[in-house]
Design a protein around this ligand. Sequence first.
Ligand code: CTP
Length: 411
Amino acid sequence: MENVLRGKNIIIGISGGIAAYKTPLLVRLLKKCGAHVRVVLTESATRFVSELALATVSEERVYRSLFPPADTTGVDYTRHISLGEWADAFVIAPATANTLARLSTGLCDDMLTALFLTLRPGKPVVVFPAMDGQMFLSPSVQRNIAILSAQGCMVINPDIGELASGLSGVGRMPEPESIVSSLEKAMNATADSSLLYGKSVVVTAGPTREKIDGVRFISNYSSGKMGFAIARAAAERGALVTLITGPVQLETPPGVKRLDVETAMEMYDVAENFFKSCNIFIGAAAVSDYRPAAPFEGKMKKEKPEIEITLIKNPDILAEFGKQKAQGQLAVGFALETHAGLDNARKKLNAKNLDLIAFNFFDRKTSGFEVDTNILTLIDKEGTTTELPQLTKDDAAEKLLDFIEKLCLKT
Ligand code: CTP
């Protein structure tokens, strides 16, 4: 693929979070791609990363203050404007809660925030929030992210993992390699190519496994192919895709952030992190409805002639999102049925407060689990019913996304 970063002018805005220590490596990677890089630091970022290191790797001076130093005379009072003109793209990594708040309200009390306002229209702004998990999930941070996304910024969800506090959760800044590939994606896509461009899309896929004992589980035949096809197609349209998948034998589609889980409870816990900040939630996973109430530690021995396993209900991930979704968020589900299909699908659409449901005909030859094709009937909440022919799962995913784009127009 052609290197889209070659010769491009990239500004990296760094705010004051621990992840700032990784930014010299980010600058290095961008320079290796042939980009010209200039760095803008907030005051608190200087506590986490050295200006000298950034100036050395970028081979440029680093910008911090809106005003030139007191001992210089000259006319350099409008650097925020000339930098805005110079930039082909603006990456803000890490973006702290404070910086997100200042960006979303239009404050411009330092170089980073002032520059944000002077960028030329249509230039990609890619924002990487990174902070403690609870801070990230707080309503204020989520609101500010929603404002920035609505303005056309690509806000990339943080990774899940160990945090500086020693806790584990959502909030880690993606690694520099991943930041570079998000930026490449942003530069490749154009804002008018798809209504999904820059939208945050969460897809669940695959089966879940519910433990009976240390070596056995309850599961289903889902291969994850449909969910992966949707994730791939959405990423190709410029969406920021988070794919939460149960155990499957599939390659991660390019540009998709994949999170592997095993049980329905794990899938729920991971998905919950993204409920508030995503634009579109697509439940394509075949989530086990029940799990053994008390999985046996170790391996059960076949001592008794019969055993009983009590199953308890798992949370319904999609229904939970449907219940919590805010104005403008879309919830899309699948309905796998073996009889009374359309009626049941309509009931699920209403019960889970969905915007669209794809009724999935199940025969294990042409449609449903494991096979490479699907026969979908799409039903939206106004009752419009669209029957699709037998299609490959890739083509069915494209049709589904075409339909979702139409819904985006209405929201
Ligand atoms: N779903 C979910 N969490 C669950 C169960 C289902 O998110 N615990 C989602 C699926 O991903 C799918 C939709 O809900 O998008 C419908 O799933 P399906 O298995 O067809 O129906 P159920 O709601 O589980 O109902 P039933 O098993 O009674 O048909």
